[in-house]
Design a protein. Structure first.
Lengths: 336, 294
């Protein structure tokens, strides 16, 4: 079967946008991203072939100058994550027949990472984030050290199977929307690993971890867009793990942040009126004593008032509030 | 067709123009809106992230209210759609969770058996109302306008909750609709991206950069306006647009329409009836292209 592949090639004469710095991700809009030109190849492969088969066939038989990073070809090593038709995928797991659109498949290095050559991205930002969350067990060390291994109940580890499945391919970070505007964001992969260790019953540094992850660039900088859940080839669902960390951090007392204030103000509003009170949500989330950030919201508030986009000044409750109050009393947890 | 109408907090709060325009196009579409006035806020993902049981029970109650009316539930907000689809998926596939919800709401005269379909108005146009009916309601083609779709995350992801694996065409409804109304859909990456609104209160500048970048990309591709089925996206894309321009140090000035406003224009309603004069970014330039004035 004939497949047409459009490959983003490194263009030595091109230049990075002046805002891009080596080791830093490229700022959007991504269609103006790092130097590349597209070269079209046609390959003859079986109908079940994957993108990586095509790239290897091109490199072996048509153009030995094509740079591709790959190893296991079985979705285990995580080295061939790249953009296929504008989203991050493992080339070895993406069937050409599924991805062919308008007669071709476009393959390129993710524009959200610096490019070394052709399809090979510089993964330094990814590994820096991965290491920053201390992705190793900081186990309790009883004295004297036990003579046998530290045993964990099966049920405790079953909770972590999803996170352990991560192969560190970086697909989630390549498509992460928060990372695209905030290079300091730890990102979905690192935070999913953070939960893997913070949620491990053997870990002795959980509280310290949660404190560190609650800071700038951490769990509250995720925009909740579900791109990472969609792109992860191993079902790790990083966003779900970030949300678990948020719950753990709040339970551990790390509540002096806009994220927790936002959740509290939200729940309070629904508990009292059944719906959202937009007039109080923003100031409560920002924090009444955070004068500087409060001031920043004023021009927008003024614009919206001028346009007549103002929530009703008297916030009315929905009819049948008693039902909502009963639900809060029964299952509201800390929002009771 | 009778639907249990769930307008969502924002259409009754900071985006009243959405509520007005959605009601205005119900008649030409043959929709009988039975508003769920006693339904609570969906929690926008914020409540479910902190407390699954609470979000399940509040949304389970909403679904039970729709079920008792014998109608499917219609949303006009991508976020409400995503959250209620998620609850519905979990309650239909996990009987333990459903029993728990029914135990919480049972003595209040409600029970949810899992029969309700949760559908955004955008989906209903294609799947229930039918494009023939939409076509028949068109009185004014929007020829000459280049329109960039902006879906909002929660009507696209996660795919399994939203039934997109069974119906992948749902990912192209906006483009199809824009073409049906006589305008030209603009193809750009931002269409399926995040507007940044969920981060607005925690990380304001980054949230605004996100919104601004997508609008600028659409503008660079020639868009006269963006259309969105999500009022939360609208709050960031329109309400915060002047601030986004300040953060990115660029002029933007691209009007953002709610989905029912775009349909209403094509159905011959006036810009005032659709409250197109109640936007932060003026809609005047785009309307003049189809020879309308506000």
């Amino acid at each position: 079967m004939q497949f047409t592949i459009e490959v983003g090639r490194y263009n030595p004469e091109g230049t990075y946008d002046q805002r891009a710095v080596a080791g830093k991700p490229f700022p959007p809009p991504w269609d103006k991203a790092p130097p590349r030109r597209y070269q079209t190849y046609t390959v003859d492969l079986p109908a079940h072939a994957v993108v990586l088969d095509a790239l290897i066939a091109i490199r072996e038989y048509q153009d030995e100058s094509l740079a591709v990073r790959c190893a296991c070809r079985s979705a285990i090593c995580g080295s061939c994550a790249m953009w296929v038709n504008g989203h991050a995928h493992l080339a070895c797991k993406s069937k050409l027949a599924t991805f062919t659109k308008d007669g071709k498949t476009r393959v390129e290095a993710p524009p959200s990472m610096p490019v070394i050559r052709d399809l090979v991205a510089d993964m330094t930002p990814f590994w820096d984030k991965h290491h920053a969350v201390k992705p190793w067990l900081q186990a309790k060390q009883p004295e004297p050290p036990p003579m046998e291994e530290y045993r964990v109940p099966n049920a405790a580890m079953e909770e972590l199977i999803q996170e352990v499945s991560c192969i560190a391919c970086g697909a989630c970070l390549m498509d992460c929307e928060s990372f695209a505007v905030n290079p300091d964001f730890l990102g979905p992969q690192a935070l999913a690993q953070a939960y893997r260790y913070a949620g491990d019953p053997r870990d002795a540094e959980t509280k310290e971890r949660l404190g560190a992850y609650s800071g700038p660039g951490g769990i509250w900088d995720c925009t909740h867009c579900y791109e990472c859940v969609t792109q992860c080839p191993k079902g790790v669902a990083p966003l779900e793990q970030i949300l678990k960390l948020r719950r753990m951090a709040v339970d551990a007392g790390f509540t002096n942040n806009a994220g927790t204030r936002h959740a509290d103000a939200f729940a309070e509003s629904v508990k009292h009126s059944g719906r959202l009170n937009e007039l109080t949500l923003l100031p409560k989330s920002v924090g009444f004593f955070n004068i500087l950030d409060q001031l920043k919201t004023l021009p927008s508030a003024f614009n919206m008032i001028r346009a007549g986009k103002l929530p009703p000044l008297i916030h009315k409750s929905i009819p049948g509030m008693q039902r909502i109050k009963t639900i809060f009393q029964r299952v509201g947890g800390r929002f009771k | 067709m009778k639907v249990a109408f769930y307008p969502g907090c924002v259409s009754k709060g900071a985006c009243p123009e959405l509520y007005v325009s959605a009601n205005a196009i119900a008649e030409p579409l043959g929709l009988e809106l039975e508003e769920l006035r006693e339904a609570a806020c969906c929690g926008a993902g914020v409540l479910s992230e902190q407390n699954h049981d609470l979000a399940d029970s509040l949304n389970g109650l909403t679904l039970a209210m729709a079920e008792s009316k014998g109608a499917d539930l219609m949303t006009i907000c991508s976020t409400c759609q995503g959250v209620l689809s998620g609850t519905n998926y979990n309650l239909m596939n996990d009987s333990t969770r459903r029993h728990k919800v029914n135990a919480t709401i049972g003595d209040q005269g409600f029970h949810y058996s899992g029969k309700v379909k949760v559908k955004h108005m955008l989906w209903m146009l294609f799947e229930d109302i039918g494009l023939d009916r939409v076509r028949a309601a068109i009185k004014r083609k929007l020829t000459g306008l280049k329109i960039a779709p902006f879906y909002g995350c929660y009507i696209l992801r996660p795919e399994e909750y939203l039934g997109l694996r069974e119906r992948p065409e749902r990912k192209t409804y906006l483009e199809q609709l824009i073409a049906l109304l006589g305008a030209e859909p603009v193809e750009y990456r931002g269409a399926t991206k995040c507007c940044g609104f969920p981060m607005l209160t925690f990380n304001r500048d980054k949230s605004l950069a996100m919104a601004g970048n997508h609008i600028i990309e659409a503008k660079d591709k020639g868009a006269d306006l963006l259309v969105t089925p999500c009022p939360l996206c609208h709050l960031n894309l329109d309400g915060q647009q002047p601030d986004a321009a300040r953060v990115l140090k660029k002029r933007i000035d691209v009007p953002i329409f709610h989905l029912p406003q775009l349909l209403g224009l094509a159905f011959g309603l006036s810009p005032e009836e659709l409250r197109l004069d109640h936007h932060v970014v003026p809609t005047k330039g785009a309307l003049e292209k189809v020879e309308l004035k506000v």
